[in-house]
Design a binder for this molecule. Structure first.
Ligand SMILES: *Cc1c(COP(=O)(O)O)cnc(C)c1O
Length: 419
């Protein structure tokens, strides 16, 4: 079962007694110090991935810019790592702008998205000098014209629906005809002309994003020509969406292969002196983290259920779009005496499943269970279902563990009560 280890962050290992080591820290020591469940980020792996993206993009498109799609792991400490590695930040909503600013980003490197931006959010973006606002609809332009102060301008991109579909779950498809995001080319053209006449809104370029967890490169390449057909601009933001390896069956393209296809299409269709931006989220963070749980109960019947002290309160990916994860009992990744089980959470839903069918080695109450590739969208959609306290985030590096987000307290759960 060495395959299981390969799903954990780069640099993970098994100690002499078989215990999982992430970022140089033993899983049992992390659980003892921070409790369970805990989301553990291997900081060196995260930084290496950020650098890989920057190096591979700029090697193919000088002046290319990587902006991290913050929504995949909207935690100030993660945004700060990206800023330190020289990336910009893609944000969706006022809260992500504020944590990006706290993380020390140059606001000029921030790109704001949203299909339903409020006056307040556009106000926050303008006030903080966000570099690019991605216009999704004509109402965005109305709002910008009302909010941008006289004598000042806001640079924008216009989001285009490329009419491209991809082989991923329909809930994470965004570039198909009928998407709620952006405008079809025929609707975008008049809005672009309107922006070009505006005194306050400056037309800088176009944006496209096909979807998420995409495991082949063609849809990315196909999305470029429909955008190029709308004309020449200084900036083209080609979105994110590269898939991640969650299970040993997954074979996502490498960053290099993805960019060979995407930038290959850019070289064919886009002006060479334009700036190309990419916005990786999931593939930037997923594989650099894992979640540690404690087994709470093992129930052997028609199905063997291994229930842990977390679940859909800290990982909604399974319930939302049937993402498959793998799992292993810490200390027994060798698979000795493995039995087929279903790993479930502690929440009051039958859909609260972490792994539907996985071989675990003699699972027992009190064991630690490790789930790899939980860095993307798990922190994001953590919730308080069943009075759940959202789980902490720990950075592990060179054997040193550092708490970056604490566990919620019982008092936190009541902190918003006003009566
Ligand atoms: C979600 C999103 C991304 C990131 O997508 P991933 O699949 O996480 O890489 C990038 N751009 C936009 C506009 C998005 O909505």
């Amino acid at each position: 079962m060495n395959d299981l280890l390969s799903l954990f962050p780069a640099g993970s290992a098994l100690d002499d007694d078989g215990t999982l080591v992430v970022g140089g820290c033993r899983a049992d020591a992390l659980a003892a110090e921070f409790g369970t469940p805990v989301l553990v980020v291997a900081e060196a792996a995260l930084r290496a991935r950020a650098r890989e993206y920057v190096d591979e993009l700029t090697a193919r498109w000088p002046g290319g810019r990587v902006v991290f799609a913050s929504k995949a792991f909207p935690c100030t400490a993660v945004q700060r790592v990206m800023v330190e590695e020289g990336l910009g930040l893609d944000v969706a909503g006022g809260g992500e702008i504020l944590t990006a600013v706290k993380a020390g980003v140059d606001p000029a490197l921030v790109v704001l998205h949203g299909n339903a931006k409020s006056d307040e959010e556009i106000g926050i973006a303008v006030e903080h000098g966000v570099g690019l606002v991605v216009v999704d609809n004509a109402d965005d332009v109305d709002r910008l014209e009302a909010i941008v102060p006289a004598g000042s301008t806001q640079d924008v991109l216009v989001r285009i629906i490329p009419g491209v579909t991809a082989d991923t779950h329909s809930h994470v498809l965004t570039g198909h005809e009928g998407s709620k995001f952006g405008l079809a080319p025929r609707d975008a053209a008049p809005l672009i002309r309107r922006i070009e006449q505006s005194a306050k809104v400056r037309m800088l370029g176009l944006h496209v994003h096909v979807g998420s967890q995409i495991l082949d490169v063609e849809p990315f390449a196909e999305s470029v020509a429909p955008v190029a057909a709308l004309g020449e601009f200084p900036v083209y933001d080609l979105g994110g969406g590269l898939g991640t390896r969650y299970t040993w069956a997954d074979e996502p393209p490498s960053v290099a292969a993805y960019l060979d296809a995407l930038i290959g299409a850019a070289k064919e269709h886009l002006p060479r002196d334009s700036r190309v931006i990419i916005e990786p989220g999931r593939s930037m963070v997923a594989e650099s983290a894992c979640t540690l749980y404690e087994v709470t109960t093992v129930k052997r019947g028609a199905i063997t259920f291994v229930a842990v002290d977390g679940g859909m309160g800290d990982n909604l990916e399974v319930a939302l779009f049937e993402q498959r994860f793998e799992a292993g009992i810490v200390g027994r990744f060798d698979g000795a005496g493995a039995e087929r089980v279903t790993v479930v959470g502690r929440h009051c839903e039958s859909g609260d499943v972490l792994v539907d069918g996985v071989d675990l080695s003699t699972p027992a109450v009190g064991n630690l269970l490790a789930v790899p590739a939980t860095g993307a969208y798990c922190f994001t959609m953590a919730n308080n279902y069943n009075g759940n306290r959202r789980i902490p985030v720990v950075f592990a590096k060179d054997g040193v563990a550092r708490l970056v987000v604490r566990r919620e307290t019982w008092d936190d759960l009541m902190a918003r009560d006003v009566d």
